[in-house]
Design a protein around this ligand. Structure first.
Ligand code: FES
Ligand SMILES: [Fe+2]
Length: 456
């Protein structure tokens, strides 16, 4: 395993201020289009979403959009969604839809009927004789192609023809998350919504645990959810500080702490998490937590409760063909609880489940974004839960019962307004618990040539 990088910049442990233009300046957003989105690797979809030859989906970022298509057993291609003739998109993604998808052997433009094969080659131009006896030079009309690769069960793309290989770009994440076998996970649910905030405001709401006590007060009764944040080159990760008397690796799966019987409080926390957010746990874990009171004597020490709970849930899952990965305690400790994949994806990896967030600019307005949340778990072989992207605006009744994420959402639009107010100098993150946010902007500044955090 690659050795975990110690924070390479001691300086990031000092207080910084992040210039506020990054969040609402149109000029900064334009720079992002030119110098960021066109250079980085972007997380697009799950490999399993395009199982058959010709399966495609669209992926939009800002005012760009791509068609990603399976062209072989292990090959995907991606093209800018634009006809080479006069610029009509080949596939129409309806406003408000997450994407458009289907299966095609060719793409026919709706304007003048030009055709393209799955390799992006122009195969038909209407009235070709108008170009002269030779017809048009079809090589001139190939669809603009971008680079695609896969890792972790996801499809990634980059518009940068000179981009470093995906695995190098993601390093050290693939090495550190390899034990968690993310490629074996399937989505339980996926939701997306538009926000009146910059895409970075949305993501940064999930890049630290510092906000948990104030923003999510219901969790307070279950113990402290504070954690660290570390820079890892271009990327960052977070993890919980180990509860007192427990190894750091045991902080990965949380049991409730406090004065109450650990069996009861763990069950309470699991039920609350299942009902109020439906992330970071599974039905098997909830059921096993609810049995703790019958299976363990009162006053079982918390570390014992944790051990028993996890091993009985693991056994239950095994019985139905769901095999959890077995990272070593060192691997668990080194990986933390979530990775911020530069620039706009987060992987919260669990033992038998995962929670991922993404955010993208919506059109060219720096005050608008699309936010996505996806929850994964391991399913028995052959079971495909089919979790389509569901548009779930903030006023959707779904959030009335799933109260935790709306607590985060509530901060986002407010921050976008607040940051523009008189006298606000810029974000001043906690030098320990929010270090990843400083690292994020330090790396953004490397791409954009502006907006570097300043030491206070
Ligand atoms: S714009 Fe596509 S065929 Fe004319
Ligand atoms: Fe939160």
């Amino acid at each position: 395993m690659t050795e975990i990088l110690e924070n390479p910049l001691e300086a990031l442990s000092k207080p910084y201020v992040i210039p506020v233009e990054a969040y609402y300046s149109r000029e900064y957003a334009q720079r992002e289009k030119e110098k960021l989105w066109s250079k980085v690797w972007l997380n697009v979809a799950r490999v399993s979403e395009l199982p058959k030859f010709g399966d495609f989906l669209t992926y939009a970022i800002g005012d760009d959009e791509f068609i990603v298509i399976r062209t072989g057993d292990d090959t995907f291609k991606a093209y800018s969604n634009v006809c080479s003739h006069r610029g009509r998109p080949l596939i129409d993604t309806e406003p408000g839809e997450h994407d458009a998808r289907g299966r095609r052997r060719q793409f026919v433009c709706g304007f003048h009927g030009w055709r393209y094969d799955t390799e992006g080659a122009c195969t038909y131009v209407a009235e070709a004789e108008d170009w002269g006896p030779q017809g048009p030079d079809l090589d001139q009309y190939h669809l603009p192609q971008v680079t695609v690769d896969t890792w972790g069960g996801w499809i990634w793309l980059t518009m940068n023809p000179d981009a470093e290989p995906l695995l190098d770009y993601l390093s050290p994440i693939p090495e550190l998350l390899e034990p968690f076998q993310l490629e074996n996970m399937r989505c339980r649910w996926r939701r997306y919504l538009e926000f009146d905030c910059n895409w970075k405001v949305a993501l940064e709401a999930f890049m630290e645990t510092y906000h948990v006590p104030q923003t999510h007060p219901e969790f307070r009764v279950f113990g402290s959810f504070l954690g660290w944040s570390r820079a890892q080159g271009t990327h960052s990760h977070i993890g919980y500080d180990a509860p007192k008397g427990m190894e750091e690796n045991q902080a990965k799966v949380r049991i409730a702490q406090g004065t109450e019987d650990a069996r009861l409080s763990t069950a309470k926390m699991q039920n609350f998490t299942w009902e109020a957010v439906n992330t970071n746990t599974t039905q098997t874990l909830v059921d096993a937590a609810n049995r703790l009171v019958d299976e363990l004597p009162e006053d079982t020490p918390a570390p014992e409760v944790l051990k028993h709970w996890l091993s009985s849930a693991r056994r239950d899952d095994e019985a139905r063909g769901v095999i959890w990965p077995t990272p070593t305690p060192e691997q668990s400790a080194a990986s933390g609880t979530a990775w911020q994949v530069f620039p706009n994806f987060q992987i919260g990896h669990g033992l038998n489940n995962a929670l991922c967030y993404g955010a993208r600019p919506l059109g060219d307005d720096p005050n608008k974004c699309i936010f996505e949340a996806a929850v994964y778990e391991i399913y028995p072989p052959g079971e495909d839960p089919r979790a389509p992207w569901i548009n779930t605006p903030v006023d959707d009744p779904y959030w009335d019962t799933h109260i935790v994420l709306p607590q985060d959402f509530n901060n986002m639009g407010a921050i976008q307004k607040g940051m523009k107010r008189h006298g606000f100098q810029g974000n001043k993150p906690n030098p320990y618990r929010e270090r990843g946010i400083v690292n994020f902007h330090r790396n953004l500044a490397r791409y954009l040539g502006t907006g570097a955090p300043r030491e206070l």
